[in-house]
Design a protein around this ligand. Structure first.
Ligand SMILES: [Zn+2]
Length: 393
């Protein structure tokens, strides 16, 4: 970090000659609009807890969002692709209901936003703006009327698929796709989302599906929680061509904090660890074939062992900012932000293990010499531009 003087939160950035711009990352973080484009917290809400009480079992609650200076939080209502189609709408409604109950219980601290202008008003009044997303297009039960229903309930983005393909959009994890990217109905979904003013989320979609989405959409899209394939080759991450295509579309990419999308070494370690422990894994599966929570309990010693090994990899906030840096160098500072995936993943980088630690991203950006304007774009400005373009029209 040559020529930088770092004093507890105050970094002096050397400009040409001896002129120096002082950036206090804490002041900048507090002042900037900070938006996280993806968390899976509604799933935890289904189990029942008070979102206004600090809770160490998950990654997010109101006190920790406030500590982390997060102004806008996307709450993704996630459905597994194997949900029977006739149950998808009622399960999604239940997730929205539990999120609504939490938000309405604390009207002095958090409120739903449906437009960017509304979000800015909520944030200016000192509250957190809650944005409802749906993760997995199976939620609409193959009906455009259900898309309208979710829009009316306040949903403002939908991730079209998940780790298994649905009936009309192919997942990035699908190695034997039944059709090319999107079906005709899938194209109708994208058009209807444009018409309603709902953001299309390309995270989890296959390369071919993303190409088709970008051909059809007249609005900017987001990848709410994806990383850079060139740094970590994983099907969930975006290739350089995809990043350039999102930039051309005017969209943005929220960098996911999950270690398995951030670091190739992390994946290699996971693969070799589980291969080495295959016998134990098989016996746990045989012991608890149908009880997910007992199985998770039995995995705990193995997970603890793997956590110790992962810590030696030193995947940290700098590793996350490497992905931001890569996108900025490839397409400029207007197309990247962050989508933590908090409460949706198990392995997070050191120093970024819950939402109270988000200011460390700002600190790292300042330490790398980013200017205030670009940091503001990355922290939330880029997402707000897409939000405004799609939902305020
Ligand atoms: Zn996801």
């Amino acid at each position: 970090m040559k020529n930088l003087i770092i004093l507890a939160g105050l970094t002096l950035i050397p400009l040409s000659g001896c002129v120096q711009e002082k950036i206090d990352y804490q002041v900048l973080h507090r002042d900037a609009l900070v938006a996280d484009t993806h968390s899976d917290t509604p799933l935890r809400m289904l189990k029942g807890f008070d979102f206004a009480v600090r809770d160490t079992t998950g990654h997010m609650d109101i006190p920790r969002l406030q500590e982390g200076g997060v102004d806008l939080q996307v709450f993704a209502c996630w459905l597994s692709t194997d949900t029977p189609i006739e149950e998808c709408r009622s399960k999604t409604d239940k997730l929205i209901d539990s999120l609504t109950a939490q938000v309405e219980r604390h009207p002095d601290k958090i409120a739903f936003c449906h437009t960017a202008a509304e979000a800015e008003e909520i944030i200016a009044s000192g509250k957190i703006a809650a944005f409802i997303g749906i993760e997995n297009g199976v939620a609409i039960e193959n009906s455009l009327d259900n898309l309208q229903h979710y829009y009316d309930r306040g949903v403002r983005y939908m991730t079209l698929t998940h780790t298994a393909s649905g009936d009309w959009c192919i997942s990035s994890a699908d190695t034997l796709p039944a059709f090319e990217g999107l079906t005709d109905f899938g194209r109708e979904v994208v058009k209807k989302m444009n018409e309603l003013g709902m953001i299309v989320d390309i995270s989890h979609s296959s390369v071919r599906a993303v190409e088709e989405i970008l051909k059809v959409t007249i609005d900017p899209v987001i990848a709410s929680h994806s990383c850079v394939h060139a740094i970590c080759p994983h099907d969930r991450n975006l290739t350089d061509d995809q990043i350039k295509a999102v930039a051309k579309n005017g969209g943005m990419i929220g960098i996911n904090f999950y270690g398995g999308y951030i670091s190739a070494e992390w994946n290699q370690l996971s693969d070799s660890f589980w291969t080495a422990h295959q016998v134990e894994v098989d016996s746990i599966k045989a012991l608890y074939p149908n009880d997910y929570s007992l199985r998770q309990q039995a995995y705990k010693p193995l997970l603890a062992e793997m956590r110790v090994l992962r810590e030696k990899l030193n995947v940290d906030v700098g590793s996350v900012v490497d992905h931001i840096d890569y996108i900025v160098k490839l397409v400029g500072p207007d197309h990247v932000g962050f989508g933590s995936d908090f409460d949706g993943v198990y392995g997070l980088p050191q120093g970024l293990t819950d939402c109270s630690m988000v200011p460390s991203i700002t600190e790292e950006l300042v330490n790398r010499g980013y200017g205030k304007a670009d940091i503001r774009k990355i922290l939330g400005g880029n997402f707000m531009r897409v939000f405004r373009t799609v939902c305020d029209k």
